[in-house]
Ligand binder design. Sequence first.
Ligand SMILES: [Zn+2]
Length: 67
Amino acid sequence: MSEELKPCPFCGAEAWLNDYEAKFGDMTVQSRCPQCKFCGCNLGYFPTKAKAIAAWNRRYQPPEDAR
Ligand SMILES: [Zn+2]
């Protein structure tokens, strides 16, 4: 099964998964948005792609929820 990344909740851009060879402990995957790397929307590193995607999507708010 493969879950897809939702768009960035801040700018709507397609999000990225950084799949690093370099490791921070066991954390190798980072979900991030290429557009607003300075706005603080980037999440940290996760041990697996699935976790990085789940964390990103969990934070995603559908547009009709915006106020
Ligand atoms: Zn963004």
